[in-house]
Design a protein around this ligand. Structure first.
Ligand code: NAD
Length: 246
């Protein structure tokens, strides 16, 4: 059986499917991954996302953060993979998405149950009073941006290097890993800790693992049951279509 059909058969039998997405699901929206030849880290220094550096050099960290996440990512739109996942949820074929992405594109495509494992760039938070703002509510031409209530420097509400995973997201991801029949890994290398442990746990708890990626990953020859080689924006709509055809 071809891998795509095998994936469809597993998904049809599943009563609890969870998607686990990485940077690859947004590549066709024009957002490059961090790693690899054309990755963001070939152009930018990852130090700007280190929490210690952010608090000690907020103005220079914000300059680069604004360029990457607000001038550049901010214009991206969901692609057919995001829409296919949203459609599957609406039809009752997908329970949740655990995403490592911070680009808000699953939510923009209409997905409701999105577990933001690494937070969300489309929220700015005041580390002092906890107030949150949408980026468009804040004047990002004056850096660093400040809280309208107490004047504290705002931080993008995503997980910086050196910060813990938001506890609620970690707990929900664990629950998904322990209860899902099928885990759908889309566009993730499996190299980012501790996120990469979530699919490992799902496997230990008995989930079947379907992987969609044009390149093999750390999962392909370890926990993956069905590897569908290809781009998320091509494979996901094809899967979603076959799930209603027969
Ligand atoms: P990653 O683990 O997210 O890996 C990216 C993967 O995407 C690779 O395995 C690559 O082969 C695959 N890929 C490339 N094009 C694809 C396509 N069209 N369809 C499906 N898969 C495709 O690694 P990273 O990029 O180093 O990211 C590190 C962390 O930063 C992750 O948590 C990631 O989610 C986050 N990040 C988020 C964004 C975003 O919010 N869009 C962008 C970059 C990185």
């Amino acid at each position: 059986m071809d891998p795509l059909e095998e994936a469809v058969q597993l998904l049809k039998k599943s009563s609890h499917t969870t998607a686990f997405t990485g940077a690859g699901v947004s590549v066709e929206s024009g957002i490059p991954p961090f790693r690899g030849e054309n990755g963001l880290w070939s152009r930018y220094d990852p130090i700007v996302l280190d929490i210690g550096y952010f608090y000690s050099h907020p103005a220079s960290a914000w300059k680069v953060i604004k360029e990457i996440f607000y001038d550049y990512f901010g214009k991206a739109k969901p692609n057919p993979a995001h829409y296919a996942l949203a459609e599957m949820e609406k039809r009752g074929q997908l329970t949740a998405i655990i995403t490592q992405n911070i680009d808000n594109l699953h939510q923009e495509a209409g997905s409701k149950n999105v577990i933001e494992y690494h937070g969300n760039s489309q929220r700015l938070i005041c580390p002092k009073c906890g107030a949150t703002y949408r980026p468009e509510e804040i004047d990002l031409s004056k850096l660093p941006p400040r809280c309208k209530k107490d004047g504290e420097i705002l931080k993008p509400d995503f997980v910086f290097f050196g910060e813990p995973i938001p506890p609620e997201a970690a707990a929900k991801a664990t629950e998904e890993a322990q209860t899902a029949d099928v885990f759908l890994l889309i566009g993730t290398t499996g190299e980012v800790m501790p996120a990469s442990m979530v699919p490992q746990m799902a496997k230990q708890y008995g989930a079947k693992i379907i992987e969609i990626n044009p390149e093999e990953s750390a999962y392909t020859h370890s926990i993956t049951d069905v590897y569908v080689r290809g781009k998320a924006g091509v494979i996901m709509p094809a899967i979603a279509k076959r799930l209603v055809e027969r």
